[in-house]
Write a protein that binds this ligand. Structure first.
Ligand SMILES: Nc1nc2c(ncn2[C@@H]2O[C@H](COP(=O)(O)OP(=O)(O)OP(=O)(O)O)[C@@H](O)[C@H]2O)c(=O)[nH]1
Ligand SMILES: [Mg+2]
Length: 379
């Protein structure tokens, strides 16, 4: 059943526990109690996936139809390879894709260009078919999860695909509460913005959300998260700049428990003095979560910047090796991004893309639906 958002006005503060790895007690500063009615969010025409990939479709995928129409010959395969690589699909993934496609064309004795193009669509779709059992919070990555989402009836716009707060999941087990989502990624990829969007979407679904400002590296990062919290009408647990992120995480876990929070989303730094420092910090945050919530974090969401192309893939590999990434949020799919990078990520990492960012506004977030995505590219 739908668990509607309940906010106890003037909820009493929880007894404070001392953070285990905190260097020194720090002042816990919170965003002012969320306003009773959240500030209206500018939801004016949130960008759809179709709109976000319009440029990729026009620039790259629209060419593919023309190539096929010229006939199934070596020139087609060479030009197709070139086009897919230029669309950021990556050399490895493109080569594999075309080998499979050529084999199919031969085996199935395909002679019609339309049929061959349809086979390409199917091959592209199969690349996106990644086992979505990693992470335990989200609905199926393919198909139409909106049908089974609570609070979706009659609504348009982004859904979180989140099934939790006591709702049974695939295996019939109770969903975790609070669900702990650790958000990681290098600087500037869109972590804080995406967290703001997720908070907004969960809030709209009637979930009780709490945000943790564990990026203590820059003061502006804390303020930025607080602004998103205010906009979405959710609380933010924050310490001061330079504080221990693990202590922020510890406090936010305590607050999440005592405030009956459905989902706790943790923002982290994207840059420290060195990459090694950053990974160490992430591991420490992970340990603190596990100490308090043994089966957490329930999702380690890696935010990648779609406009950074193959570089996003390298980052993803690095984070995946250092931490167990369970899902990807691909931000900035609008703008100059070449959508082909989605195929490279799914093919090479076998980590599901859960969400895509389609703009800078609160509503510019969408579930990643493989079929919808491929259809949009070939529309
Ligand atoms: N067009 C577009 N811009 C986005 C999207 N997501 C984030 N941005 C922009 O990207 C820039 C960086 O976003 P942040 O959320 O601050 O990125 P971050 O990963 O938190 O950065 P650090 O905290 O420095 O590590 C901002 O200007 C955002 O508005 C998106 O989906 N589309
Ligand atoms: Mg940030």
């Amino acid at each position: 059943m739908v668990r509607f958002f309940r906010r106890k006005k003037g909820a009493e503060e929880e007894a404070s526990e001392s953070p285990p790895e905190a260097e020194a007690p720090e002042q816990v500063e919170e965003a002012a109690e969320a306003p009773e009615a959240a500030e209206p969010v500018d939801e004016e025409a949130p960008k759809s996936v179709e709109q976000a990939v319009e440029r990729t479709r026009r620039t790259w995928f629209a060419r593919i139809g023309g190539l096929f129409r010229r006939g199934l010959d070596d020139e087609l395969w060479a030009e197709l390879e070139e086009t897919l690589i230029a669309a950021d699909t990556g050399v490895e993934t493109t080569v594999k894709l075309l080998e499979n496609l050529k084999e199919r064309v031969k085996e199935e004795n395909i002679r019609e260009p339309e049929q061959a193009q349809e086979a390409l669509r199917e091959e592209l779709l199969s690349i996106l078919d990644v086992d979505s059992r990693l992470g335990r919070l989200w609905g199926p990555a393919s198909g139409d999860p909106s049908a089974e989402l609570p609070g979706r009836a009659g609504r348009t716009g982004p859904t979180t695909g989140l099934r939790m707060g006591g709702e049974a999941q695939d295996g019939g087990a109770e969903a975790p509460k609070p669900a702990v989502v650790l958000v990681i990624g290098v600087n500037g990829t869109g972590k804080t913005t995406s967290i703001g969007k997720l908070a907004h979407a969960y809030q709209q679904e009637g979930r009780k959300v709490l945000l943790a400002a564990a990026d203590t590296f820059r003061a502006a990062a804390i303020d930025q998260l607080k602004q998103w919290g205010e906009q979405a009408g959710v609380d933010v647990i924050a310490h001061q700049q330079g504080g221990d992120p693990a202590a922020v995480v510890f406090d936010s876990l305590s607050a999440a428990e005592s405030r009956d929070v459905d989902v706790l989303i943790i923002d982290t730094a994207g840059r420290l003095h060195t990459k090694v420092n950053l990974m160490e910090e992430m591991r420490k945050v992970n340990r603190i979560i596990q100490r308090k919530v043994p089966d957490g974090p329930h999702e380690v969401l890696l935010v990648l910047d779609a406009t950074s192309g193959q570089n996003a893939l390298h980052q993803a590999k690095y984070f995946t090796e250092a931490l167990g990434v369970t899902g990807i949020l691909l931000a900035k799919l609008d703008g100059t991004a070449k959508g082909g990078v989605v195929f490279a990520i799914c093919d090479q990492l076998r980590i599901p893309v859960r969400f895509v960012g389609t703009g800078e506004k609160a509503g510019d977030l969408a579930n990643f639906e493989p079929k919808q995505f491929v259809d949009a590219l070939f529309a």
